[in-house]
Ligand binder design. Structure first.
Ligand SMILES: Nc1ncnc2c1ncn2[C@@H]1O[C@H](COP(=O)(O)OP(=O)(O)OP(=O)(O)O)[C@@H](O)[C@H]1O
Ligand SMILES: [Mg+2]
Length: 315
């Protein structure tokens, strides 16, 4: 096991009688990309604020990069990089001016400052745009710059709270390339996102529901545990009617409409290649086209949180 960078035990945050984070425990290792998922209000930002030394826990304990968050919050703040959900760069400064400003705020000076600003420009892929006004950068590129500035003081861990919210898919891919590079060089990345496709890039994923950590595993492990069996996409002429009929077949665990097709999850003999198609044809559905699909974290989320909860929030 890699050395532990974050250790959290029964961490709890209450606001009055409301519990925003409820006895959460986990560890994060060096160089790990740890994804922290959950609906609006699930307690993600509150956890991050505690781990960054910005909010005191009500109970429980945690250490980050060797510092205790309750007893040594100042040491925690110096040891981490943090990109808040509402992080804003100075839009009227150029890329390089922003980096120099934040380097100064971190207490970097002289040759180290120059070296770190250069490194941040390279990390963000902005060496050629160092003189560009930040306001002229597209959202995704701005987020890479924000990430670069959160890393100027070379922290062993960086907390990114929804760094890709409102960023287009192409720019999101670029942002995640940077995250993977960072982690491969040994920086620990703690990241929240509402984009479940992004969570596939994480080494492990924790899922928060109403302040509680309800699942924690690798993306593959979460799928195996929470979406067991085999998943098939089924194309049929009368899929509406078949949705209900199929749901009653022995071995069929779940049937969900998925665009014009049905996603059918099966367990037991129906998992075998070709078996479901054979059975459908045997029942007179000669037009049935069946193909195996890999479950996604979306399926895991639905299995754990329930249909519609993700968009409705954690009410
Ligand atoms: N300072 C505060 N005082 C009172 N309640 C708060 C405070 N900060 C957060 N909360 C509440 O705690 C809960 C968790 O909020 P938090 O911001 O951690 O959620 P989140 O998972 O980050 O959600 P989102 O995805 O919307 O960013 C919410 O119900 C929120 O309203
Ligand atoms: Mg949040």
């Amino acid at each position: 096991m890699m050395p532990t960078v974050v250790e959290v035990q029964e961490l709890t945050k209450r606001y009055g009688s409301f519990t925003a984070v409820d006895r959460v425990s986990f560890e994060v290792g060096r160089g790990e990309i740890f994804g922290y998922l959950g609906a609006n209000g699930a307690g993600k930002s509150t956890t991050i604020k505690m781990l960054c030394g910005l909010a005191a826990p009500t109970s429980g304990r945690a250490s980050v990069a060797g510092a205790d968050i309750a007893r040594e919050p100042e040491r925690v703040k110096r040891s981490i990089g943090y990109m808040s959900q509402r992080f804003s760069l100075y839009l009227d400064l150029t890329v390089e001016e922003n980096l120099r400003f934040f380097a100064g705020a971190y207490g970097l000076g002289g040759a180290r400052r120059d070296r770190r600003v250069q490194a941040a420009l390279e990390l963000a892929g902005l060496t050629d745009r160092r003189g560009t006004l930040t306001s002229a950068l597209p959202g995704g590129v701005r987020q890479r710059l924000a990430l670069g500035s959160a890393l100027l003081h070379e922290p062993p861990i960086v907390f990114l709270d929804e760094p890709t919210a409102g960023v287009d898919p192409e720019a999101r891919r670029g942002f995640w390339r940077v995250i993977r590079d960072l982690a491969s060089q040994g920086t620990t990345v703690f990241v929240t996102t509402h984009h479940l496709d992004e969570a596939e890039h994480c080494g492990r994923v924790g899922l928060m529901v109403d302040g509680k950590l309800v699942a924690l595993d690798t993306p593959g492990g979460l799928k195996a545990t929470h979406v067991p069996g085999a998943l098939y996409a089924v194309e049929l002429a009368d899929s509406r009617k078949m949705r209900h009929e199929l749901a009653n077949w022995p071995g069929v665990v779940e049937v969900e409409p998925f665009g014009p097709r049905l996603h059918v999850r099966v367990q037991g003999e129906l998992e075998d290649d070709g078996r479901l198609e054979h059975e459908l044809k045997h029942h007179g559905h000669n037009d049935a086209v069946v193909s195996r699909v890999e479950p996604t974290l979306e399926d895991v989320f639905l299995a754990l949180v329930g249909t519609g909860r993700q968009s409705k929030g954690a009410a």
